[in-house]
Design a protein around this ligand. Structure first.
Ligand code: NAD
Length: 477
């Protein structure tokens, strides 16, 4: 049975309650896990608070070295961790390996910033004094993570937090705790002091983290409704928050685009991780002149995505993560079809005995999806893509921005002016121009509108795990 990681202990829940984690491809139980609650979060917060006293005072270059060593050790276990991730999440082994590797790389990337926190020296009108602006870590930070990219999204929070000298109480999604535990164990084995990252498990621990008075900052990745609840709760104690929430990323393809590149990016953008991505191509707007040719290319790509158990070598798309998640996407497809949309590819469940016990779904492409259909107005968190023909860039930009979300966006065009306009006018935290939808360590990532606020990745994320303090030194004149 798995246990929580709280300081030096590997603990069961205070209540003694447990739950099972099951494999989305087979329905088999992968492991039994403690169902933690407020008492466990309290223990973890106290442990993180205690660890903060020493971790935050370590010379920054020592923190950097510890994190590099720990990340290196974790990276040696990628294969083992990837298998656990596939079993609990469903994604293919290839996807799991990439994700596990990204966890270690992210820790290493932020480790390099640990000793590069700079303040300012400021001249003051009274020349017998001078001012300083110093940056300090915040304290104990709460990290709340969803199930679609359990490791990447945990690292996005934990890595900048601990590099800046904070300590963490981390809550993985209830259905994907095991690979996260394996990553944190590997960091500890690799030299990360106990107590710097504490892991609590179970659905009830999220709210308890937001409510705990010792936890000073909350970073949540999750759905927009969860973000609103967390923000309201966090407001009661005026906690700092970062919210990475839902998205419905548009992609515009113009007549002068590199269609091969566009088809590849859209295929990856919509079908990677069985479409369960925040950054993704969720609405496609294609200019009339290249519409038919692009559709042909997209169908060809979708037809190569053989669904199956992520552990099988020939699988190109794993199952959806849960039955509920699949039902949601199927309802969105049905809504579009009921309103008159045409299913151009897929649209159902793959057939065969090997698919009977898992939450499999076909990669799906829909055309003529009418205005007002759920696929346009809601986030589609699965491998189904609505496509619409547009006359020109004006129409594309109008439709692209007609959403409450503002996470990612992309445009494919050979025309610099069109690209520039899209960059200026697309209402999103990220715009890819003729490029694969991938979040880079070097660039700040985060949404606008109802996709949230605050940044992960980049120096910007690191600074958000520090606080500025002004200092006046007198008596020098
Ligand atoms: P979710 O909102 O249901 O849960 C996310 C996490 O929050 C889980 O760990 C959950 O236990 C916890 N949680 C739920 N209610 C809580 C509360 N009241 N207080 C504190 N914690 C609470 O999301 P999900 O279904 O796990 O993930 C899918 C969603 O996440 C999608 O909307 C997706 O777009 C979004 N997402 C966003 C990003 C991004 O970077 N913007 C990345 C990945 C996923």
């Amino acid at each position: 049975m798995a246990t929580m990681i709280i300081q030096g202990e590997r603990t069961k829940a205070a209540s003694g309650k447990t739950y099972e984690v099951s494999n989305p491809a087979t329905g088999e139980v992968v492991d039994e896990v403690p169902a933690g609650g407020p008492a466990d979060v309290d223990k973890a917060a106290q442990a993180a608070h205690k660890a903060f006293a020493t971790w935050s005072k370590l010379p920054a270059n020592q923190r950097r070295e510890i994190l590099h060593k720990a990340a290196q050790h974790m990276l040696e276990k990628v294969e083992e961790i990837a298998t656990i991730l596939t079993k609990e999440q469903g994604k293919t082994l290839l996807e799991s390996r990439l994700e596990a590797r990204r966890f270690g790389e992210n820790i290493a990337w932020f480790a390099d910033l640990a000793d590069k926190i700079h303040g300012q020296h400021v001249k003051l009108p009274d020349t017998t004094t001078y001012g300083l602006v110093v940056r300090k870590p915040i304290g104990v930070c709460g990290a709340i993570v969803p199930w679609n990219f359990p490791l990447t999204l945990a690292a996005n929070k934990v890595a900048p937090a601990i590099a800046a000298g904070n300590t963490v109480v981390l809550k993985p999604a209830s259905t994907t705790p095991l690979s996260t535990l394996a990553c944190i164990e590997a960091l500890i084995e690799g030299g990360l002091p106990e107590g710097v990252i504490n892991v609590v498990l179970g659905p009830a621990t999220g709210e308890a983290i937001v409510e705990h008075p010792l936890i000073r900052k909350i970073a949540l990745t999750g759905s927009t409704p969860t973000g609103k609840r967390v923000m309201a709760k966090a407001a009661e104690q005026l906690k700092k928050i970062t919210l990475e929430l839902g998205g419905s990323d548009p992609c515009i393809v113009l007549d002068d685009a590199d269609l091969e590149g566009a088809a590849r990016a859209i295929g990856v953008g919509r079908f990677f991780n069985c479409g369960q991505q925040c950054l993704s191509t969720k609405r496609l707007y294609v200019q009339e002149g290249v519409y038919d040719e692009l559709m042909e290319k997209l169908i060809a790509r979708a037809s190569k995505l053989k669904p199956g158990n992520g552990l099988d070598k020939d699988t190109r798309m794993g199952p959806m993560h849960t039955e509920t998640q699949r039902a949601e996407v199927e309802a969105q497809i049905k809504d579009a079809v009921d309103r008159g949309a045409k299913v151009t590819y897929g649209g159902g469940r793959p057939k065969g005995a090997e698919y009977d016990k898992g939450w499999f779904i076909e990669p799906t492409i829909l055309e003529n999806v009418p205005d007002g259909a759920r696929m346009w107005t809601e986030e589609v968190f699965g491998p189904a893509l609505p496509v619409r023909k547009i006359r020109d860039l004006d129409e594309g930009l109008r439709l692209a921005n007609d959403t409450q979300y503002g996470l990612g966006s992309s445009i494919w065009t050979g025309n610099m002016k069109s690209a520039y306009r899209a960059v200026q006018e697309l209402e999103a935290g990220y715009t890819w121009v003729n490029a694969l939808v991938i979040a880079h360590d070097e660039l700040p990532f985060g949404g606008t509108k109802q996709s949230g606020f605050g940044k992960e990745h980049g120096v910007e994320a690191f600074l958000q795990y520090t606080e500025e303090k002004s200092v006046v030194y007198g008596g020098i004149g």
